[in-house]
Structure formats: C-alpha cells, structure tokens
Design a protein around this ligand. Structure first.
Ligand code: ATP
Ligand code: MG
Length: 568
C-alpha cells in the first residue's frame, strides 16, 4: 500500500472523549471514528487489524471442528419469551417493532436462535457433537459505553454453541474450546490469563474467562501461580478465619459523633484505621430490607451477595427512606449492635474485637464492640472482594491481584435453554433426551483495543507482530528529489510485497519527522529508512518499533531479516 493512496488521517491532539490509552491511540492513529455513543466506524487501517483477528479466530475454530454459520442479528421476541429472557434481560436489550407491531430485539447474544436451529436440525445422537459458530455484530445497550471499542454498544463477537448428548460430551466440547481459545490468544501474541468466572445472566454452571492483562483492565483477577489458581474477583471466594478471635479489652461505649457520615470521618475522630471499624449496608431482600456487615476497609462483592438466600438479585441498595423507616437512623450511623433487620455478617468481621460501628441512632457510634458480649456470635457469609494476601482456596498460597480485560468467555450452559425450548435428540436407547449445551464468546473488536492497551509507548501503538496492519513501513528520504532513493524504495517495496509481506510505502511529500511520527503512532513493527547517504554505502537504516536505536544494514541483510518473518 502506498501511503499517498491510503487516505489516512492521523491526529496530533488527544481527543477529549477518550479516557484510556487504547481509545486515544485508536482515534489518533485513524483506526476508528466515532459515530455516536458506543458506535464506531472501523476505518481501513483498523479494519486490517480486525480482519486479522477474525481470520485467526476462524482458523482455530475450524481446526477445533466447529461449523461456521450466520444467524440474523434481528431476533423475534417469541423466542426470548420461550426462554424467559424477554423479561429478565432488562434495558441492555434493544427492542423494536416492525410495521405489523410485532416485537423484535437486536441480538445481544444468540442462545435462543441457535437453540431454535438445533431443535429443528438435530434429531439423533448420531449427529452429535455439533458446535456451531458465527462471527457477527451484536448490540447491547450498555449503561455506560466507554473505552472506545472495548465497551461499545455495537460490537463484533465470535459466538459458538455446542450441543452434546450428555455432560461428559459437553465437558469434551468445552475442553476443546478451552484449547482453541488458548491457541488463538497465543497466536495473536497477547499476554493473557484464564480465570474462573461467574456464569451471570446467562445461567449454567462451569465458566471461565480469558483476560488480556493490562493495568487499565476493568476486571480484577485474583491469582496464585504456586497454587495454579486464578479467578475473576467477582467469584474468588473468601473463607472463615482459622485463628481464634482476640479477647475483648475495652468496655462498650456509645458516644456522640456529630457530622460523622463515613468510615474515614470515624477513623479521623478516633484515630483508628478502617480495619478497626465495621460498615453496615442495607440492601433489598426478598422479604424487606436486610443488613450486610463488612469490615470497614473491605469492599462488598455484589455478585456473591446477590446469590445469598433472602437477598434480592440483582443487588440493590435500599433507599434512605426505607432505611429510616426500618431502623430510625440514617446510613452513616448504622451498625450490627441491636440491628432490627435480618443480618449477614462477612467472615472477616467475626474475627474482630474491640471494633467501632454506628449505633443505629443518628449522630451516635459505639466503640469497644465485642461479639459474644455486646451482640451474639454471628453466622458468617462470603460477602466481600478478596484482597492481596488473602489465602487461596487450597489454603497453601496467598493471592495477588492483577487487572485484566475480558476478551473471551466459555460456559457450560447445561440444559437451561435446551430444556426451556425443548431441544431434544433421540438417544441410543430410543428415548428423547434434552441436549447439553455450551456457549463460547470472543470479543473480536474488544481484542483490538486490549492489544493496544497491553502494547504501546509514549509515541503510539506497538503491534504484536501477528496483529500488525502492515509488517513493514518504508520511509524514503527526499524521494521526490532523488531518483536513486525513489528507485531503491520502489524496488524494495516490490520485492517485499512479492515475498508476501504487507508493506506501507510512505511516498508522501512530507518531512521525515512527520513520517517517522506517523509510523510510530500506527505501530508498524519494522521500519526501513532509505536515504542518499546510506545508499552511497549500499545501506538502509533499519529499526524495530521496540528498538531505541536504528541499525545500518546492507540491503541483503534487510531483505533476509524481513523475508524470514513468520507471517501468520
Ligand atoms: P462484560 O462483563 O465485559 O460486560 P460480558 O461478560 O457481558 O462482558 P459475554 O456475554 O461473555 O460478555 O460476551 C462475550 C465477549 O464479548 C466478552 O468476553 C467480551 O470480550 C465481548 N463483549 C461483551 N460486551 C462487550 C461490549 N459492550 N463491547 C465490546 N465487547 C464486548
Ligand atoms: Mg462474560
């Protein structure tokens, strides 16, 4: 490709709407352009990267025996009513009507449609296993579209759905997808981790996520390499503490705390740390409000809390009016002593002694609170996020926390959809059996953002080799004044292109500085500069995007280096 014919507009300024590096760089490098909230156009340069991701995913899915099909993006409401999700899915689902007032949605995912396909197509166990997949546009009306293509409303997903006769077959299909995903992210040259995950909205049992590791990731991952343990923090479990609680040393004392609204106010007043306080959160229960009690420095884990019996799902904070009506005090002065509501105490709280908390009376707190004396010894629950240093489930290691971007997700759905939609096949014994399903998603568009988030510097993107939109950029110096430079550049361009490389020839009549800056911004791995001075010695100037210095290499050396590149 000749730069002069590529119509690429790069931006020097950082666009105000972009919060994180990948979004900024994707806009600056001209990979995407915003149309409206959560909607983006993939420009020619960005589309090259997207197509690479798609082709790697497609190859590995095909290799794993999955069958590509293409379902409609628009889905009839009836199917969603059959599975029960028309009501459940909520505002994430973009709903619409046709001219006959029939209801539809724009597919955020395709379990219903594929189950409809499978119940029509698959009749006998002899046809199984089957794993159908597609690479297709989804729409989710995200509450907060942000980070560009990483959390957009319209995005491209590879979604696959396996059908098996029994759990054993499902496990095999799932394992095959686990292996295929591992191969995909390795081939794309990304640093990633596989973590245990919550199965969330979609239902089912076993589920794992593939995360690209990056400091800006929205998800926190708890891991311990020694214990071979990794889990999304949403599901990483905490445990009752093994040790004895220390004995009470203080008397219970109620004291006035005017103006104290937050844990930090209380700590400042008493000169204590948040770990010596407990906080009380009132949330909706299935039968009126309930209280959740956590150590002051710990964070509530909504995914775990909403699974507890008696707690409403999705987790919803009670409003102040409800709290005052139930307890006669405002949030900020609440605590477990004399708590009138059903109470769920976190495991970690049970080992505290001499702690401080609200007194369920506006403007008053307690200090020197002790279980067994001031309030009964509690039954405890897993309510909080793990923190660095917490024990692993095996109990032999301790957890570290890393941040990740979820780029893939594999689930064992079991019979949730096949049962609701009566997707059965004839089993060997002649009876009809409901099929076991798995589903497997990859965020094709999100991968591009995640790759940049993991691979960039102050000057721009640094594409991992396999993802680069061009393998090589040739930068001629004064091409428009020097015949030698033009001829040498054209000849190298032709030879590398013939060798199967994607080459960008920067034939613009622009200053070298401008060309270098653009080449770095768009992140092309290999740069060859051709100028009169080098040519007189038969040399080109070569530099890898990750190098700090250029090297003068003979033409043959450059050719050898570039032609030996693995092209995926
Ligand atoms: P998240 O937790 O990030 O909202 P999810 O768990 O709802 O994602 P899945 O239903 O598992 O997403 O979808 C499969 C994959 O699609 C995800 O792993 C992710 O890579 C991608 N994806 C999901 N939502 C978006 C989005 N709004 N924008 C871009 N990619 C997305
Ligand atoms: Mg997911």
């Amino acid at each position: 490709m000749r730069f002069s014919e590529f119509a690429l507009t790069t931006l020097k300024e950082v666009p105000a709407e972009a919060e994180i590096v990948s979004h900024k760089l994707m806009l600056r490098a001209g990979l995407i352009r915003r149309l409206s909230s959560g909607l983006f156009t993939w420009m020619p340069l960005g589309l090259r990267v997207l197509r690479i991701v798609e082709s790697v995913v497609r190859e590995e899915m095909d290799r794993a025996g999955a069958l590509e099909l293409l379902m409609p993006t628009v889905q009839p409401a009836e199917l969603w009513q059959e599975s029960g999700r028309w009501e459940q899915y909520g505002p994430l689902l973009l709903r619409m009507q046709d001219r006959h007032d029939r209801e539809y949605c724009f597919g955020p995912t395709h379990e219903e449609v594929i189950t409809d396909v499978a119940r029509r197509e698959l009749r006998s166990y002899k046809q199984l296993p089957v794993n159908y997949y597609q690479i297709q546009t989804k729409f989710r009306d995200e509450i907060r579209p942000r980070f560009g293509v990483m959390r957009s409303r319209e995005f491209i997903m590879k979604d696959a759905y396996s059908f098996d006769l029994d759990q054993e077959g499902l496990q095999q299909s799932y394992d095959r997808m686990h292996a295929a995903y591992t191969a995909i992210f390795k081939r794309l040259g990304l640093k990633f981790r596989v973590v245990d995950a919550d199965s969330g909205e979609i239902g089912g049992s076993r589920s794992q996520e593939f995360h690209v590791l990056a400091d800006s990731g929205e998800d926190a991952i708890a891991y311990c390499d020694a214990d071979h343990y990794a889990s999304n923090i949403e599901t990483a479990a905490t445990f009752p503490s093994a040790g004895e609680r220390s004995a009470a040393t203080q008397e219970l004392e109620k004291f006035a705390t005017p103006g104290v609204k937050a844990i930090s106010d209380l700590c400042a007043m008493l000169d204590i740390t948040p770990a010596q306080t407990v906080k009380t959160l009132i949330v909706d229960g299935t039968d009126g409000p309930v209280a959740l009690i956590l150590r002051g420095d710990h964070e509530l884990n909504a995914v775990k809390a909403q699974k507890l019996e008696g707690v409403a799902s999705p987790l919803t904070m009670a409003d102040t009016g409800t709290i005052i009506k139930a307890l006669g005090a405002e949030p900020g002065s609440l605590g477990p002593v004399g708590m009138a509501l059903p109470t769920y105490v976190d495991h970690a709280v049970a080992s505290m002694a001499d702690f401080s908390c609200g007194a369920n009376e506006n403007g008053y707190h307690y200090k020197g609170v002790n279980f067994g004396r001031d309030l009964p010894d509690p039954e405890t629950f897993d309510l909080r996020n793990v923190v660095t240093g917490d024990p692993t489930p095996g109990g032999t290691g301790t957890l570290s926390i890393a941040r990740g971007i979820e780029v893939g997700h594999i689930f064992q759905l079991g019979s949730k959809y096949s049962e609701a939609m009566k997707a059965t096949v004839q089993a060997p014994d002649g009876t009809n059996r409901v099929m076991e399903m798995g589903c497997y998603g990859i965020g094709i568009t999100r991968i591009v953002g995640a790759a940049i988030e993991q691979n960039h510097d102050d000057n721009g993107i640094i594409w991992p080799g396999p993802l680069a939109p061009f393998n090589v950029v040739i930068v001629p110096i004064n091409m428009h004044r020097s015949d030698e430079v033009r001829e040498a550049s054209e000849a190298l361009y032709a030879e590398l292109t013939d060798a199967g490389l994607e080459v960008l020839l920067d034939d613009r009549d622009a200053r070298p500085g401008v060309k270098f800056a653009d080449a770095e911004l768009i992140g092309i791995p290999h740069r060859v500069v051709i100028g009169d001075r080098g040519l007189s010695k038969g040399e080109f100037e070569y530099r890898h995007r990750r190098d700090t210095e250029s090297r003068d290499l003979k033409r043959e050396e450059v050719l050898k280096l570039l032609k030996d590149l693995p092209i995926s």
